[in-house]
Design a protein around this ligand. Sequence first.
Ligand code: 13P
Ligand code: SF4
Length: 304
Amino acid sequence: MQVQAALSIKEEILRLKDERRAIILAHNYQPAEVQDIADLTGDSLELSRAAATMDGDIIVFCGVDFMAETAAIISPEKLVLLPAQDACCPMAEMITADELKLVKSRYPGIPVVCYVNTSAEVKAESDICCTSSNAVKVVNSLTEDSVIFVPDRNLGRYVQRFTQKEILPWEGFCIVHDRITPDDIRKAQALHPRAAVLVHPECRPEVIDLADHVASTSGIIRHVCNDSGKEFIIGTEVGILHRLARECPAKKCYPLSRAAVCSNMKKTDLKKVLDSLVSLHPRVTVPEEIADRARKAIERMLSL
Ligand code: 13P
Ligand code: SF4
């Protein structure tokens, strides 16, 4: 009975999606059922590029609010839907535009690099945006010797390892990755001694020190698929394990921490995706004046 219901909702989504010329974008942390109906599942950079380039009139964004906002900023002609209206990123809420303005006034002339995990207002106050997959490249593309980096202190400190520039990090963090400890790694290694340890750069420096490889979510997937190793301990949100199982079925992937669950990423389900396609709500819009300034920071990143 349940299987039949699940099938019909999926079929209805796919039918409506075509009828409405919609594309469904899903982040790598989304629930398996949502990843399976998406046109593209990817990391933040891949999803931003897709929002800018894919054909369609509507983007159904299965992720959290800053991702849908970014899509609305770079594709103002498209209608952007966020099926789980209350899906937010606590890290993005750790800095406001007013706080950033204050930092800028203290460091005049120093450019601001903002992680894509920020509000549109914060992006509008920034010189260039970055994601976890291009943060080092973005910082090194600037000519100044110092850079204000917001809001993720862990990503900022990770970038510091690969640049001569002085990084001035804001003290924000991801509540999911910041909780992962070196002890989690030691325990996972005791259980799986032959497995390589892969972690996301939102992890703490002492966790990164113990990792064999550090990458964005899609970077982790590429590494597992292309590496000659057979076993991997995955230090990021557990939703990624679905794509890993689908795309690299020959590899054994173990979560570094089963507690690494982003509850906001789990707010989307098939019912909400269908409802959003039927009602064309909840919509994500960004006021034009903010969008115009934020777009410059995002497009500068995308042009690198
Ligand atoms: P990625 O860009 O690596 O997918 O990361 C997004 C995110 O929110 C990580 O917590
Ligand atoms: Fe935000 Fe962390 Fe969730 Fe990513 S995993 S959306 S950074 S809270």
